[in-house]
Design a protein around this ligand. Structure first.
Ligand SMILES: *Cc1c(COP(=O)(O)O)cnc(C)c1O
Length: 424
């Protein structure tokens, strides 16, 4: 499918008068339509809730839009919990799915009434102590079946190599220990494959978790309240990929639910999801300006964004489609490496990419940065984080996070009086 930016060159020219490049921009209309579709696709399950994975896009404005569609928040750290609290989420609207968890984070999550999802059996005692000697009434455990995760088109991922979750034997044991300690209601969580661009992932995962739920109930008598399919639903970063259809996915989960849970007399179990990428990925883009061209052993275009603004290409060689704004229909007859300014040779948004001829001052739209884009940012080379802008449904642009300034960068050198010395 041809990838079309949700913003035009003329709109960008208008925005840069106020907010210079680079910036991440988000498409309110797209976010809303997708959130509504997710809600509808699982409406057959009365207890359904999407807990948006905050780490994907930790912006309170965007989280608030999702909250209008009933979304809660999935957090893995203290500040993510705090952010969720700040936008008005509380209690069971917050899932705490962390690993290698510090004690104070369990304490804080417990005080908020968040649902705690334990990553390991050894965390039971650790968490109990952090919760002042009394565990919450509802708890969840993260499952890792080991081996490989298989679907009809082959092996998708390798849970046996992943650090998360408990073995099948530990799950049974953990539920028994938790019941002994007074926990009354239970959830099951698993995240077994990432960025799955297929409608099959959730239904296959759900089938495995539903069977585990029936087994856990039989062996321990635990009251299983929810099954959390977690994240992993992917998006088509490449034009040739077929997007997932959330309605087909919802229907696939429903079929597995009826076949396994309803049949076992467990037709009241709620389905939870913790999608990040699918909720936000396609509805964000990084807008950056071409500021240099370089003709050496290869042809380079240097842009004003760099890997600190979007780490995925440098980190995992991830593909992000690029559109040169205003040249949407021009033929892609030039081959470039599109590079940022870090003193690291992996700071390239694209390698050997065929694009229209790029002139200095052209705006490039780097697609699908709405999840795991801005949020993976860092300050290497003293680079500052960019602004985040929301393209609203009425076509106006709202600043939803300002760009960092040098003052932010120096803010942690208490006592050095950097501000005074630099007159900032
Ligand atoms: C990262 C993460 C998610 C979200 O994953 P996506 O691939 O963005 O959907 C959900 N749950 C947990 C526990 C995670 O670590």
């Amino acid at each position: 499918m041809q990838k079309v930016p949700f913003i035009t060159k003329s709109k960008v020219e208008e925005i840069v008068k106020e907010y210079p490049t680079p910036f991440h921009i988000y498409d309110e209309k797209g976010i809303r339509e997708n959130a509504k579709a997710v809600k509808e696709a699982f409406s057959w399950n009365p207890g359904f809730r999407e807990y948006f994975a905050v780490k994907a896009t930790p912006n309170p404005y965007l989280m608030q839009i999702l909250a209008e569609y009933g979304c809660g928040a999935d957090c893995s750290s203290m500040t993510e919990l705090m952010l969720s609290k700040a936008i008005g989420l509380s209690g069971e609207q917050i899932m705490f799915s962390s690993n290698d968890t510090p004690a104070e984070e369990y304490t804080y999550a417990n005080e908020m009434g968040a649902i705690i999802n334990l990553d390991d059996i050894t965390h039971i005692d650790f968490c109990e102590e952090a919760c002042g000697g009394k565990l919450p009434e509802t708890m969840s455990c993260r499952y890792n079946p080991g081996g490989v995760f298989r679907m009809s088109n082959g092996i998708m991922d390798n849970p046996g190599d992943s650090k998360y979750g408990m073995t099948p034997e530990q799950m049974v044991q953990a539920y028994k220990i938790l019941m002994d300690k007074g926990v009354k209601h239970f959830g099951i969580h698993a995240f077994l494959a990432s960025n799955t661009v297929t409608n099959e992932y959730y239904p296959v995962l759900a089938g495995q978790l539903f069977e585990l739920a029936v087994k856990l109930k039989e062996e321990t008598g635990a009251d299983i309240r929810f099954i959390n399919l977690s994240g992993g639903v992917g998006i088509p970063y490449r034009p040739e990929e077929e997007p997932n259809d959330i309605y087909v996915i919802g229907k696939g989960v429903k079929e597995a639910y009826e076949k396994i849970l309803t049949l076992a007399g467990m037709g009241d179990v709620a389905i939870y999801t913790e999608m990040g990428r699918f909720m936000m990925g396609p509805y964000g883009g990084l807008v950056t300006k071409a500021i240099h061209e370089k003709h050496i052993h290869k042809e380079y275009v240097g842009v004003d964004a760099c890997a600190v603004n979007l780490m995925r290409p440098a980190m995992y060689g991830a593909y992000h489609h690029i559109t040169v704004l205003g040249k949407e229909d021009a033929s892609c007859d030039h081959q470039y490496d599109v590079a940022g300014s870090l003193c690291e040779n992996n700071d390239k948004f694209a390698i050997d990419r065929m694009l229209p001829e790029i002139e200095m001052g052209d705006y490039l739209f780097i697609h699908d940065t709405g999840a795991h884009g801005f949020s993976m940012g860092y300050n290497y080379n003293g680079k500052l984080r960019s602004a985040e802008i929301l393209l609203k449904e009425d076509g106006s642009a709202e600043l939803i996070r300002r760009a960092e300034t040098p003052k932010d960068y120096f803010a942690t050198f208490d006592g050095l009086n950097v501000y005074g010395k630099l007159d900032i």
